[in-house]
Write a protein that binds this ligand. Structure first.
Ligand code: OXD
Ligand code: MN
Length: 587
């Protein structure tokens, strides 16, 4: 018996009987255990140590070339009624889901070690944290879980006290894409994932538990599990505000979370709490508080350099795992946009001469403990989390969305979040439909019907009279030649300052049908090369363009049928009517 909790021991025994591993290892989460795993992987050839002088304690893992990203088409939510999973998820009945994957797990761990990883999502002593146990046959998964979660003995003790935990079963199987499934059983708090070793498919604490299963639990229990980074912004006067931002994958959450203030804003400081996931709960006073359930970052490597994200660039020079990047002749990791060194080998391990493809896979990743981050906030470990002043949504919109605007109230903010989207192809004026809709940046991660999810968001208005304000930002506006209108990166702090000033009622705004917009002069552009007419463009709306957008969004809502809350429809129609009024006036 390796645990005092009979339900856990029984599950581990059942899994072992089905998967037939050679042996079982219960993870303790110690540094020695991590180093032993690394040595084993180096001996097996699945991990390569990088240059110990310039990249101490860093390793490179090259995955199977067919296994480099999340697989949304193979990701399922298994509920009794298909309607409960909603049009936003692939669905299977629980009976069929179990039958399909259980057959693939038969004997899957033969010849392998089975690892049992007890983990805690969130600070070990936080009432908002939730625990899980992942069983896996992948040493790479164990090592990544060590960096990404609080795993090991302390988590097991909490699980034994609480008696409940999310069950995550994972095997890399034979990496055959035809035998790959990521299955979620929210009513059983269970995840089964087979056939992939990639982070989002295999580190079950992350997207599977902390978003898909947790969003389901959060709805039942009155909180939110969101695809949001969390950051603290401290002014030179020492006033700190915390914000939670949801942008679709690969829209710069990690960069924003680690922002370095521009020279023109001396004395400002950024404190990073998380770069990907936030769990938001109300405290006794009705204040929404956030914890980051993770304790590490699993970030996209290409494009990381001193200009885009100096903190990340520095934090991955030690104690990091790289997955699918290239390598220099000096055995340093290399990626497109690194801005120094030359690749000698590509992400497949082959010699690289630049004639074919990229040296690093576009979705190559770093894994590091959050404490590596120079701007790490010690409050990331605070059991009570941090108070959230503002929720910020965003996406990549070349033309439509202004640099920043504020929702008129909570209900309107839910509409703003529900209409988040990112352009996937070059969209000319008018072609606003060419976007991937990604409500609240949760399209791949909401574990239940979006209609019910929006209703859950709306219902929070009844829980508190001091909800955070809701904003939308867009760093990606372009001119006709494809040049970005706003410099982005550290300069985004200028926009965050406006958001904070709004929260403190220190600055006015212009009311429009789509929300409150800044006066161009209310965003400080000193030392920036952004002409006044560009600032006017960045802080105004094109009514006709927004009418098309509103119409597209209404059609999108139709896809969710009668699960769409009436209040959301009302809000969409209110915006449509107000836009129409202006269009008629100016016609
Ligand atoms: C991620 C994602 O890996 O959103 O964080 O895809
Ligand atoms: Mn993400």
């Amino acid at each position: 018996m390796t645990t005092k909790l009979p339900a856990l021991q029984q599950w581990v025994d059942e899994v072992a009987a089905r998967t037939q591993p050679d042996a079982i290892h219960w993870c303790t989460g110690t540094e020695d255990e991590y180093q032993d795993l690394m040595e084993l992987m180096v001996a097996e050839g699945t991990m390569a140590p990088l240059n110990p002088d310039s990249y101490p304690n860093c390793y490179l893992h090259l995955s199977d070339p067919s296994d480099v990203a999340r697989v949304e088409h193979l990701t399922f939510v298994c509920t009794e009624a298909q309607e409960d999973a909603g049009p936003n998820n692939n669905w299977m009945s629980p009976a069929e889901g179990h039958a399909r994957v259980d057959a693939l797990f038969e004997g899957a761990m033969r010849g392998r070690m089975m690892y049992v990883i007890p983990y805690c999502m969130g600070p070990i002593d936080s009432p908002y944290s939730r625990c899980g146990v992942e069983i896996t046959d992948s040493k790479y998964v164990v090592a990544n879980m060590k960096l990404m979660t609080r795993m090991g003995t302390a988590a097991l003790e909490r699980i034994e006290q609480e008696g409940s935990f999310v069950r995550g079963l994972h095997s890399t199987g034979d990496l055959d894409p035809d035998k790959r499934f990521i299955m979620h059983f929210p009513d059983e708090l269970t995840i089964k994932s087979i056939g992939s070793g990639y982070g989002g498919n295999a580190l079950l604490g992350k997207k599977c538990h902390a978003l898909r299963i947790a969003s389901h639990q959060a709805r039942e229990e009155g909180w939110l599990a969101e695809h949001m980074m969390i950051m603290g912004i401290e002014s030179p006067e020492g006033e700190t505000h915390y914000i939670a931002c949801a942008f679709p994958s690969a829209c710069g959450k990690t960069n924003l979370a680690m922002l370095i203030p521009p020279h023109s804003m001396p004395g400002w400081k950024i404190h990073t709490l998380g770069d990907d996931i936030a769990w938001l709960h109300f405290d006794d006073e009705g204040q929404l508080r956030a914890i980051n359930p993770e304790s590490g970052y699993f970030g996209v490597v290409p494009g990381t350099n001193k200009k885009t994200n100096e903190n990340a660039f520095n934090m991955i020079t030690h104690d990091a795992i790289f997955t699918n990047v290239g390598r220099t002749i000096d055995n340093e990791p290399w990626w497109e946009g690194k801005q120094n060194g030359e690749p000698a080998y590509d992400w497949r391990g082959q010699e690289y001469d630049g004639s074919e493809g990229k040296a690093a896979h576009p979705n190559s990743r770093f894994t590091v403990a959050a404490t590596n981050n120079p701007s790490y906030s010690s409050l990331a470990d605070a059991p009570e989390g941090v108070p959230i002043s503002a929720i910020v949504f965003g996406g990549r919109r070349k033309r439509l969305a202004p640099l920043v605007y504020e929702a008129k109230n909570w209900q309107h903010g839910v509409l703003v979040g529900a209409s988040v989207g990112s352009e996937t192809t070059a969209a000319a004026i008018g072609e606003v439909g060419v976007i991937r809709r990604d409500p609240m940046a949760m399209k791949p991660f909401c574990g239940y019907n979006f209609g019910d999810y929006w209703q859950h968001w709306l219902s929070l208005a009844e829980k508190s009279d001091r909800l955070p304000r809701i904003f939308h930002v867009n760093w990606f506006r372009q001119d006709d030649d494809g040049n970005f209108l706003w410099p982005g990166f550290g300069e985004n702090l200028r926009v965050l300052k406006w958001i904070i000033d709004r929260c403190e009622n220190r600055v006015g705004a212009r009311e429009t049908p789509v929300g409150y917009l800044p006066e161009p002069s209310d965003i400080d552009t000193s030392e920036l090369d952004v002409p006044a007419e560009i600032m006017r463009e960045l802080t105004s709306i094109d009514v006709e363009h927004w009418q098309i957008e509103n119409q597209h969004f209404a059609e999108y809502l139709d896809g969710f049928g009668d699960r769409v809350p009436q209040a959301l429809r009302d809000e969409q129609q209110r915006v449509a009517m107000e836009l129409e009024k202006i269009a008629l006036k100016t016609a």
